[in-house]
Design a protein around this ligand. Sequence first.
Ligand code: GDP
Ligand code: IMO
Ligand code: MG
Length: 425
Amino acid sequence: MANTVLVGAQWGDEGKGKIIDVLTSEVDVVVRFQGGNNAGHTVKVDDMKYVLHLLPSGMLHEGKQCVIGNGVVIDPVALAAEIDELREQGIEIGDRLLISDRAHIVFPYHGALDAAREAARRPDKKIGTTKRGIGPAYGDKVSRVGLRIGDLLDPTFPQLVAERMDEANRVLVAMGAEPIDTAALIASTSEAARVIAPFIGDSITFLSEAVAAGQSILFEGAQGTMLDIDFGTYPFVTSSNTTAGGACAGTGVPPNRIDRVLGVIKTYTTRVGEGPFPTELQDEIGALLAKEGHEFGATTGRPRRCGWFDAVVARYSTMINGFDFWAMTKLDVMDKIETIKICVAYECDGTRYETVPHNIRILQRCTPVYEEMPGWQTPTTEVTRFDDLPQAAKDYVNRLCELTGVKLGILSVGAQRKSTLRVGI
Ligand code: GDP
Ligand code: IMO
Ligand code: MG
C-alpha cells in the first residue's frame, strides 16, 4: 500500500483506531506522529476490545512494526502500563515497537498544571481537557525547557528532572496547587523507564531506511482537524498539529514521501469537552445518536456531545488535509432516524458562512443552514457491499461526498473488522 496519512476530519473519535486496524494488514509500519495519551483509539476484534492511548493501533497485528514518532508527547508511566496491559491481553510486543528518543516526556507536574489551569478558568473558559498534561508538555517543548525520552537513558536524568522541577513547583505553588515530590517523581519515572528502555531508539533513521527500502507506512493521526492547535476552534483545541501536515514534522518523513491522505469522518458529528459545536443536538435525536453510537469518551468516559453532519467543517478539513478519500464511519448509528439533516452553511448576524470563521465568538452564535434527506430506517450493520445498502443510505453517503468533493474509500457500518465496506481503496 502507498504511504498513507490518516487523520480525523472532525473533533476526534471518528473511528480512526478501527480504520487503522483494518488497513494495518496492508502496510509494513504504523507510526503515531502527535498527541499523547489524551487519545483513545478503540479496536474491537471478535469479542475482545482494545483501547490504545499511546501505542499505535497497528500493535494488534502480529508481526507489524509500530513507531511512536518524535512529535508525540509520552507519559512513561502511562506507556509502561499500556504495554503491560496489552501483554496481559495476549498481544506479543517483542521487538515490534520503536519509541523515538526525540519524543517529549509528560511528567506528573504537567498533569497537575493542566488540572490547576482548568480549575482556575471561568466556567465559560474551561477547555474540558483530558487532564493528561498534554498542553503543559507541549508548552515545555515549545518553551525549550522540556525533557525528551532519550534523556531517560542519560546518567544525569535525575539531575535534569530536579532542575526542571525547581521552576515547575514554583509555578504549581503560585497557582495554589500542591508541589510535586521530586524524589517520588524520579523514582516512578525511572521504574517506567526500565519497561520502555528496550524500545527507545532513533526513529528518524529507522523510518528513513524503511522508506528507502520501499516499505509502506501508515501515519496514525490522533484527535481531529477541529482540535488542531492552528486550524481548530482555538482555544478549545489540543496542543498539537492533528492535521496531515503534522505527519512530516512528527516523524521526520519528508513530504515528498507521502502518497495519499485519508480522512476519517463520522456520518454525524461528536465532540468531547467544551467549545463551539454548531450542529449540536440537545434533543432526543442527539440522545439517540449518543445511545446507538455508544458515545462515551474512550479516555475519560465523559459523554460525547452529538449532532448532525457538518459539511462546512468537512470542507474546511478537506482544504487543510487534502483528502484523497473518505473513510466514513458509524453509518449504522443513523439507521433509526426518520429525517436526516446536513449542515451546508452557517448564518450569523445576517452573514452566511461557507467556511469555518476564525472567531469562535461568532462560531458560537452561528446557526446551521440545513438540507434534509430521508432516513433508511433499516439495519445496515450486516451489509457487506456498498451496492446492497438501502437506496436512502447510499444517497446520503453520496451526498456527503458530493458536498465535500471527496471520494468514498471505506464505509464502516459497525465496530467489527468485518463491518467495513471497501469502495474506492
Ligand atoms: P478514534 O479515537 O477515532 O479511534 O475513535 P474512538 O475509538 O474513540 O471512538 C469510535 C468508537 O466507535 C469506538 O468505540 C469504535 O469501536 C466504534 N466504531 C468505529 N466504527 C464504527 C462503526 O462503523 N459503527 C459503530 N456502531 N461503531 C463504530
Ligand atoms: P482521539 O485520538 C476527542 C479534546 C478534549 C478537550 C481538548 C483538549 O481519541 O480522537 P487535551 O487533553 O488534548 O489538552 O484536551 O481536546 N480531546 C479529544 N477529543 N478525541 C480525542 O482523541 C481527544 N484528545 C483530546 O476533550 O476538549
Ligand atoms: Mg477516541
